[in-house]
Design a protein around this ligand. Structure first.
Ligand code: GSH
Length: 217
């Protein structure tokens, strides 16, 4: 049985949940992290979420979890058969993990989760996000998904971030191809279920949504 340890409103948990949904896999999700805390025997030395368990196999680091699910259960779909396509998917997974995450996640924390910040700090991050997402926009020109016509693991890790980017009340540059891709993701039932989860606009609302999402698989 596949088990995911992680609260439902974590963007990193959402990547794993969405991958499970796209692959139509059975799973159990336990509320861990944030207001739910961590069990003493939590099997992830970083004490962050998500952690994925597939019987005896323990996986942590959200992108490693998505890669694991794609490689193990999504050959030819989330894990492309074509080598060039697989390499490209891997590049965009690493891209998600680096500069864009350092710009976007602090911005989200400042705008929604009460991380103290000056307006200048916020606006610097907004500009940086626009600049980084313009690279993704360029990659998506003439493509349905990041690596071509097929949804891959690269779309999973970037798409989880895209929902928040497009729903935050911030200025964004013109990103026509990224916007069309995002609209395509919004039509997918697994994305609607696992990623398009309301998060509120301040810490109090965030906490209310976190509690409301408890026990939902
Ligand atoms: N690099 C890690 C980062 C994980 C991470 O920072 N997760 C956040 C939630 S998105 C977390 O666990 N925060 C503390 C908590 O929820 O208790 C990964 O991708 O899995």
């Amino acid at each position: 049985m596949l088990t995911v340890l992680g609260r439902r409103n974590s963007a990193n948990v959402q990547k794993v949940m969405w991958a499970l949904g796209e692959l139509s896999l059975q799973y159990v999700r336990d509320d861990v992290g944030g207001s739910f805390g961590y069990p003493d025997d939590y099997p992830n030395p970083n004490k962050v979420v998500p952690t994925l368990m597939d019987d005896q196999q323990i996986v942590w680091e959200s992108n490693a979890c998505v890669r694991y699910l794609a490689r193990t259960y999504g050959q030819g779909t989330l894990w492309p058969d074509d080598d060039a396509c697989l390499t490209e998917a891997d590049i965009w997974m690493e891209w998600q993990r680096s500069d864009i995450s350092f710009a976007f996640f602090p911005l989200f924390q400042m705008l929604v989760r009460g991380l103290p910040a000056t307006p200048e700090e916020i606006s610097k991050k907004v500009v940086a996000c626009g600049r980084w997402f313009a690279q993704l926009d360029q990659q998506l020109a003439g493509r349905q998904f990041i690596c071509g016509d097929q949804l891959t693991m690269a779309d999973i890790v970037n798409g989880a971030m895209a929902y928040r980017y497009f729903t935050l009340p911030i200025e964004r540059p013109e990103l026509p191809d990224m916007q069309s891709w995002y609209q395509r993701l919004c039509e997918r039932p697994a994305y609607q279920k696992h990623v398009m989860i309301e998060y509120g606009s301040n810490l109090e609302q965030w906490n209310t949504h976190e509690a409301a999402n408890a026990n939902i698989q």
